[in-house]
Write a protein that binds this ligand. Structure first.
Ligand code: PRX
Length: 651
């Protein structure tokens, strides 16, 4: 069995076998790229992508905006599909449905090309033009890829909304990007049961400008749709299988993806075409060492940026095969994932630490019986990975043969930015690694001085895949990313530098990561506050062994007492407004929340209390007495009340 790692001085490094197959195996690349990052990216973009017309200026910066490949003309879909048609019989996509009795769908590049072109022509016939937004509310089904690529073919901007989001969340996103077309499905399978997605989609439509709803008949429940609803298969039926690609400017938007910020309203993160394509292509190539015969499985849903860049676009830009799985990881048995890896000979596996922790808890017997000897590279994303989870992943899934690439990035960055390259190493638990060649990150303190532990920022020239602003919200873009450090992009993450490598310590703002999903405390508070019984609420995250973090809510009722029944009702209320991912793990009913004299809720005091720590800074509170009341209420849930220690939180 080929070993792709070796152990030297207590650390893992790439073996000769890995170095031999790696696209990048010489650390000189960092220095070379650093000398002239603009030239570095310019050369990569020229070599790696098909441009209809060359650019005039490789990089232009007018902060807070910056532009890559200005004047360059490109079509994204041509790069993801057309250029691989010489190997048209090669699988582009393997789709594994949840029900084990159902057959997988394998689409070759030629077949995918045909479907994408038909869908593109159908969209055009319905009047969808360049720069129009199309909302996509789909589970992990092949049609999601078809719809997204079809949009890129005609220059429309896709906005994918996570299928587990509630109707309200879908509605606000449709309204913000003013989409007139929605692509959705009648449903999908979860734990063997059909989930009715169309019902949720229908609820979201009122008050939007949606004129056409294209429905993927995943559950085959209803073949005939009326009015603005049309069956996906009928929509593309009889359409021509070639649609001339729209020639786009490099900096034209490719997609908008909404993500949580520190306020209640999600931000529409805009990604452009040429810059994003360059970063998606090269990060997929260098991080995962993708070759044409590789089968990459990125387990992320397409509702998240990881799904966009590494379940779909990165592998396709590289002409590799991507595998997606519709269902629940442990259904019908806890070894479903490992069976898939063996059956389809997955060579690159990319998942989130939360999933690894879940499988760890289920026990080793489910993984031990699977060889998984097709694997070459393992990777993680979304949250810090702890030592135990790293070691379990390394030993049990990688069978101590494969490197783990811990990739740090964000919805805003479009592609990975900090990680170790597989042909270079070292692979160290809890360490993300170095800035991707041609990019630069530093750690600053509040006053902007370079330090070893503090705020992680990105330096100019900013990476090509970086966001192109917040959709229709210049103010928010400036406030969120450029207010703190002016000429440097504020990642809102904390980091520590150790031997030239970054360890990511987590968000420095009011954003939680719940099972790898990004969620703002304000967003959840807003949802809770819309319940007519609620006067006010505060949400804080607490650590969770499996999910990384989970939200805890403190609620003041308008009148009356809290009860278990009311807690259940409010949790259901959150499910309805945001979706189950955001559901608080616990709701405490309180009479007051700790506030500053100016009325700001002091969430850090709530955090300390939940951590069983004595909170500092109580003297600055408007209502210090409420702290004792809250302590009493939460006390029964704190495991070791006698261990209360002095809080390290600053005053
Ligand atoms: O806090 C960081 C964390 O996820 C945040 C970005 O979340 P989102 O936009 O949903 O994108 C997730 C997938 C790219 C970051 O600000 N994060 C992401 N990757 C890592 C991470 N934290 C630690 N280690 C990582 N590898």
């Amino acid at each position: 069995m080929t070993k792709y790692v070796i152990k030297k001085a207590g650390k893992y490094w790439p073996s000769k076998a890995m170095k031999d197959i790696a696209w990048v195996n010489d650390s000189k690349i960092y220095k070379q790229a650093d000398k002239d990052p603009v030239k570095f990216w310019g050369e990569l973009a020229k070599q790696g992508l098909i441009w209809e017309e060359p650019w005039e200026k490789t990089y232009q910066e007018k902060l807070p905006y910056f532009y890559w490949f200005k004047g360059g003309k490109i079509n994204f879909c041509v790069n993801a599909l057309d250029r691989h048609l010489a190997h048209g019989n090669k699988p582009a996509l393997i789709w594994v449905p949840e029900p084990i009795k159902e057959k997988p769908i394998i689409l070759t590049y030629a077949e995918l090309f045909q479907q994408v072109n038909k869908f593109a022509n159908a969209l055009k016939q319905k009047g969808v033009k360049k720069s129009d937004a199309v909302s996509i509310y789909l589970p992990l089904v092949p049609e999601a890829l078809v719809a997204m690529l079809a949009c890129s073919r005609i220059g429309a901007i896709h906005s994918v909304v996570f299928s587990a989001f509630a109707p309200d969340a879908l509605k606000s996103r449709i309204q913000d990007c003013e989409a007139k077309v929605l692509v959705t499905a009648d449903g999908y399978y979860r734990r063997g049961k059909p989930v009715n997605l169309l019902k949720k989609a229908k609820k979201a439509l009122r008050g939007t400008k949606i004129k056409k709803v294209i429905v993927v008949p995943r559950l085959h429940k209803n073949k005939n749709y009326f009015g603005k609803f049309e069956n996906f298969n009928m929509f593309i039926y009889g359409k021509k299988s070639y649609c001339a690609p729209e020639i786009m400017n490099s900096e034209d938007p490719l997609f908008i993806l909404y993500t949580s910020g520190t306020t209640g309203k999600p931000k529409g993160i805009v990604h452009d075409t040429g810059g994003y394509a360059t970063q998606a292509y090269y990060t997929a190539k260098y991080n995962f060492n993708l070759k044409k015969d590789d089968i990459m499985w990125c387990t992320a849903d397409i509702g998240w940026v990881t799904g966009h860049t590494y379940a779909f676009y990165g592998p396709l830009l590289n002409g590799a095969t991507t595998l997606i799985y519709e269902g629940t990881p442990d259904f019908p048995n806890p070894d479903r994932w490992w069976k898939i890896i063996d059956k389809y000979k997955v060579s690159v596996f990319y998942t989130a630490p939360t999933a690894i922790r879940m499988f760890m808890k289920l026990g080793d017997k489910y993984v031990n019986k699977h060889k998984m000897n097709s694997l070459k590279i393992l990777a993680t994303v979304g949250e810090p990975i702890d030592n135990d989870a790293w070691n379990w992943y390394f030993k049990k899934i990688g069978k101590s043969r494969c490197p783990i690439i811990d990739t740090w990035w964000q919805t805003e960055t479009g592609g990975t930015l900090i990680n170790v390259l597989p042909g270079i190493g070292p692979f160290i638990p809890t360490i993300a690694g170095k800035s991707f060649p041609g990019t630069k990150h530093t750690i600053l303190n509040k006053s902007g001085k370079k330090v070893k532990k503090g705020f992680l920022v990105q330096e100019s020239p900013f990476a090509p895949g970086m966001l192109h602003g917040v959709y229709k919200d210049h103010k928010k873009y400036v406030e969120t990313y450029w207010k703190s450090f002016k000429t440097k992009y504020d990642t809102s993450d904390g980091a520590i530098m150790k031997n030239g490598l970054f360890r990511i310590t987590g968000r420095t703002d009011d954003v939680m990561k719940v099972a790898g999903h990004r969620l703002a405390t304000a967003e959840l508070e807003n949802a809770i506050n819309t319940n007519k019984l609620v006067n006010e609420s505060a949400v804080v995250p607490i650590p969770d062994k499996i999910r990384g973090q989970v939200p805890i809510a403190f609620v003041i009722l308008k009148k009356g007492q809290g009860s278990e029944k009311l807690e259940k009702l409010l949790k259901e209320h959150v499910d309805k407004h945001l979706g189950p991912t955001a559901r608080p793990a616990k709701i405490y009913f309180v009479n007051a929340l700790p506030k500053t004299r100016s009325g700001k809720i002091m969430r850090r005091i709530l955090k300390s209390l939940l951590a069983n720590e004595e909170p500092a800074g109580l003297t600055t509170l408007l209502n210090p007495k409420c702290v004792d009341e809250i302590k009493k209420i939460i006390q029964p849930d704190l495991k070791k009340p006698e261990n209360a220690k002095k809080s390290k939180t600053k005053k």
